[in-house]
Design a protein. Structure first.
Length: 255
């Protein structure tokens, strides 16, 4: 006989699942768990480079947290699968479904469209960490001499087979690996009959993105330079401030 669980009970359980992971990430950051990634970000920016952020599916939200938002770093760029349609030679229909996400051959096109400079660093988010485009872009970035930071679920990625021809996972390629602490399958709760619900990777990844941004800005300030941060375009002077710094770092924002 199935047991009915109230909405309030599910809300509380989910809140605890999220809270426990946020607290664990905070503790890890306090212990220096993000220092390696932050050092790579600071080094890139201080040498005139930018942070290239990539994620597919729901992990694209991580790239959006890193690049182009108020309170975020200006020397950042978001790479998206749609770029190969908007600025490349792939037909729009290819964006339907997950085929393009799993295609390892798309990596060279993505890298070329990104227009990465020699001092850029790549940060790539993927909960599973095994799809072809994700691993492929990490390999392509490494081939061109860029450091790579991975944000992935170690629980999930180690329990599934790699889909890239190299046989590697994102975590195998990256210089720095950050665990988003999402469980295998992402969902944290079960309804009657074992139905999974309550994904957490988007929440933990967004928190990680903000910790990386804050840590990078803090360290740049400690080095005696004003951190190049966006202010909201919806407050007076926002557009002027942002556009001046985008010009300085040669940043062009696409959709």
């Amino acid at each position: 006989m199935s047991v009915t669980v109230s909405q309030s009970d599910l809300d509380r359980q989910y809140r605890l699942e999220v809270q426990s992971r946020i607290e664990a990430l905070a503790a890890s950051a306090e212990a220096g768990g993000l220092d390696g990634a932050i050092a790579l970000f600071v080094s890139a920016i201080e040498r005139g480079g930018v942070i290239q952020a990539f994620g597919t599916g729901h992990s694209e939200a991580f790239a959006m947290e890193i690049a182009g938002r108020a309170g975020g770093l200006i020397p950042t760029k978001k790479i998206a699968l749609r770029d190969v349609v908007l600025h490349g030679d792939i037909e729009p229909g290819a964006l339907a479904g997950s085929e393009l996400e799993r295609n390892p051959d798309i990596a060279e096109r993505l890298y070329a469209i990104a227009g990465a400079g020699p001092d850029d660093v790549f940060v790539i988010a993927s909960n599973s960490g095994v799809n072809g485009s994700i691993v492929g872009l990490a390999i392509e970035a490494k081939k061109h001499g860029h450091p790579v930071v991975a944000v992935t679920s170690l629980d999930h990625t180690m329990r599934v087979d790699p889909k890239h021809p190299s046989g590697k996972r994102l975590s195998d390629v990256a210089d720095v690996v950050i665990d988003n602490l999402a469980p295998f399958g992402d969902a944290t709760l079960e309804l009657a009959g074992g139905i999974p619900v309550g994904a957490v990777s988007s929440i933990t990844a967004a928190y990680i993105a903000q910790l990386l941004t804050i840590g990078t800005a803090r360290l740049i300030a400690e080095h005696g330079t004003t951190p190049p941060l966006y202010i909201s375009a919806n407050i007076p002077g926002g557009d002027e401030h942002n556009k001046a710094l985008e010009l300085q770092y040669n940043i062009t924002r696409f959709a």
